[in-house]
Design a protein around this ligand. Structure first.
Ligand code: BDR
Ligand code: CA
Length: 320
């Protein structure tokens, strides 16, 4: 079986951590590298968390390239970083997995992305599950990059749901100018997995027990991260069903393994970069009112049981 190569751009983060473990352990996937970016925590914490998670599941062979420490245009994170809001509480700074002596790669994330796609002899899917700063920077530095990337799957945005503001989802809101550049870059195959889909694949405490019962490092870590997410969601942003949480970034990776995990429709998507109430909103032209050519397959639904099955099967695997 040919394994699907991918690069994950992450701001690790509890749900990024589950996505990384899924990408690193599923036999149909070949995780070439992780690139990190400012987002859930300052980038150096995201890098350290990524290294820790990979070491924890015995995948220290996967390199980690550190990227942008700030948004593409804005001088700082859109608002000063709060540790008491949803993002601050749900991710913290350092994930509860053992420290590692392993270091990030010498090259930076943007340089790595440009060079890797310039020299690629095989297809590598790009999966950004974080603010899009690195990707926008790489596209700006290398005008040919968009045509060199065969497929992009992004976790971000929301049509009916916002999670930072009523209008906006975190990854897009945290660097809206970068998101605008990426969505307008002209990729030939672009999938957007917004909150509308990830909130349909909720994971429960009972599911965490099943993950923990697998008796593997990945099962234990996933149960820990997801259980913590449920506690925080129940406290400050309750889901439709109490005692559950979305695991956004892992849904993106899951859809590479089993495309039926998400259900998509093709639409034009733009990003609002101004407007006090709406900055960071993905404007998804569901009724073809704007005249823009549809450029993204947008996921509006997700299959929770298919998603959980993939998590359980993958995390049951013992490290090689
Ligand atoms: C996205 O924002 C981050 O906090 C998560 O890791 C995920 O990528 C969900 O809005
Ligand atoms: Ca993320």
């Amino acid at each position: 079986m040919t394994r699907k190569k991918l690069i994950l751009d992450v701001d690790t983060g509890t749900d990024d951590a589950v996505a990384i473990m899924l990408a690193a352990l599923h036999p149909a996937l070949d995780l070439v590298a992780c690139t990190t970016v400012n987002g859930n925590a300052p980038v150096e914490y995201c890098t350290d968390n990524t290294l820790r998670v990979l070491d924890h599941i015995a995948r220290s062979d996967i390199p980690v390239y550190e990227g942008a420490a700030r948004p593409f245009v804005r001088a700082d994170f859109p608002v000063p970083r709060a540790q008491n809001d949803l993002a601050g509480k749900i991710h913290g700074k350092t994930l509860p997995v053992p420290p590692t002596a392993r270091r990030k790669a010498d090259a930076g994330a943007v340089e790595f992305l440009i060079e890797t796609y310039r020299n690629a002899t095989e297809e590598i899917t790009l999966v950004p599950v974080a603010p899009l700063t690195n990707i926008a920077a790489a596209l700006t530095l290398d005008p040919k990059l968009a045509e060199r990337i065969p497929e992009v799957v992004i976790m971000g945005g929301g049509h009916e749901i916002g999670n930072v503001t009523p209008a906006a989802e975190f990854n897009i809101w945290a660097d809206p100018e970068a998101a605008g550049i990426v969505l307008a870059a002209g990729f030939r195959k672009l999938t957007l997995v917004p909150l509308d889909a990830t909130h349909r694949a909720l994971v429960s405490y009972a599911d965490c027990q099943r993950l923990r019962a697998l008796g593997t490092p990945a099962g234990a870590a996933a149960a820990e991260f997801i259980g913590h997410r449920i506690e925080v969601h129940d406290e400050i942003q309750k889901m439709a069903v109490a005692g559950t949480t979305p695991v956004h970034d892992a849904v993106c990776v899951g859809s590479l393994i089993d495309p039926a995990i998400i259900t998509t429709r093709r639409h034009h998507v733009a990003v609002e970069t101004s407007g006090a109430l709406t900055v960071g909103r993905t404007v998804i032209d569901t009724h073809f009112r704007g005249g823009g050519a549809p450029q993204a397959d947008v996921a509006f639904d997700a299959d929770a049981s298919r998603f959980l099955k993939i998590l359980l099967e993958t995390f049951a695997r013992k490290p090689a």
